[in-house]
Design a protein around this ligand. Structure first.
Ligand code: CAA
Length: 283
């Protein structure tokens, strides 16, 4: 399948990152969000990140200009009529995603693949909300998208082999490594990673050790590039909680219960880097 034009739904940290890596590889991008200012914020974030690389001497200015010129803003789902692939990276909320997919299904041409960057929700259920379930799959990136080399292609019960192969090929075309996994809550990475972060929050809650020491322990004792609490702040505590709740609900197993302290941070609006404060503070 020939994929040239890609629409991305959601211009937050994941959506903007996905837009950047595809535009940098020469794909035409339609970057969509519900408000113009959200799209502008996403594009200016991409520009800021690329300017930092130019300053470090790691990127030519012409690469940035070409990349930005390939990204067109959108606030209308009807723009899916021009896309060969749509990647949805909206907020991690099932009813919002189901509604988006119903609308995309209406506007997108018959050949268009509708993919979701969901971190844990049921792709099978999302696929069933459309009239093209065979052309729906998970296409899951990791934060920060320009740095992290993995893509999980997650297959709904209905995903066709053709869709799987098209996404696998596309992921390779932007120099990422692709793994294929069937649709289960959290897929592979988040089923392992997020309970580890949740356990770190349980340890913090027990008051036996500081947040700094928990992170140091995993950086130096397990060679993780950053500690679990800093990583939670990077991912966003609302997303971490949403994934734990999906694991808990999906597997119906106590071992996935979210920590109360995590819930309290989310209720307080301390969501990590994106709000300036989570387990740590950010400028
Ligand atoms: N965008 C683009 N590039 C970035 C970046 C960003 N947001 N953040 C860092 N980088 C680049 C830097 O420019 C630098 O590049 P060069 O080496 O070419 O100069 C490189 O990454 C390393 O960055 P730093 O030196 O600033 O910092 P670091 O060495 O501490 O690395 C990190 C930062 C890459 C974030 C590293 O700490 C790391 O890998 N952390 C773990 C991240 C992780 O586990 N992500 C997965 C989260 S789970 C997820 O996303 C899935 C989900 O569904 C929730």
């Amino acid at each position: 399948m020939d994929i040239k034009k890609i629409m991305i739904i959601g211009a937050g940290q994941m959506g903007a990152g996905i837009a950047q890596v595809f535009a940098q590889a020469g794909y035409e991008i339609i970057l969509n969000d519900i408000k113009e200012e959200f799209v502008e914020k996403g594009i200016s974030g991409i520009e800021k990140g690329m300017k930092r690389r130019i300053e470090k001497g790691k990127m030519e200015e012409s690469v940035m200009n070409k990349t930005l010129s390939l990204i067109s803003p959108s606030t209308n789902y009807s723009d899916a009529q021009n896309a060969d692939l749509v990647i949805e990276a909206a907020t991690e909320n099932e009813s919002i995603k189901l509604d988006i997919f119903k609308q995309l299904d209406e506007f997108a041409p018959e050949h268009t693949i509708l993919a979701t960057n969901t971190s844990s929700l049921s792709i099978t259920k999302i696929a069933a909300a459309t009239n093209r379930p065979d052309k729906v799959a998970g296409f899951h990136f990791f934060n920060p998208v320009p740095v992290m080399n993995l893509i999980e292609v997650n297959l709904a019960l209905q995903t066709s082999n053709e869709t799987k192969e098209a996404l696998e090929e596309l992921g390779k075309s932007i120099d990422k490594t692709v793994i294929i996994a069937n649709d289960t809550p959290g897929f592979v990475v988040n089923r392992l990673l997020i309970p580890m972060i949740n356990e770190a929050i349980f340890i913090l809650e027990s008051g036996t050790v500081t947040a700094e020491s928990i992170d140091k322990a995993m950086e130096l004792g397990a060679n993780h590039p950053m500690g679990p609490l800093s990583l939670a702040d990077l991912i966003g505590l609302d997303t971490v909680l949403a994934i734990m709740e999906t694991l808990y609900k999906g597997f119906k197993d106590q071992k996935y219960r979210p920590s109360l302290l995590l819930t309290k941070y989310v209720e307080a609006g301390k969501l990590g880097r994106k709000t300036g404060e989570g387990f740590f503070k950010y400028d």
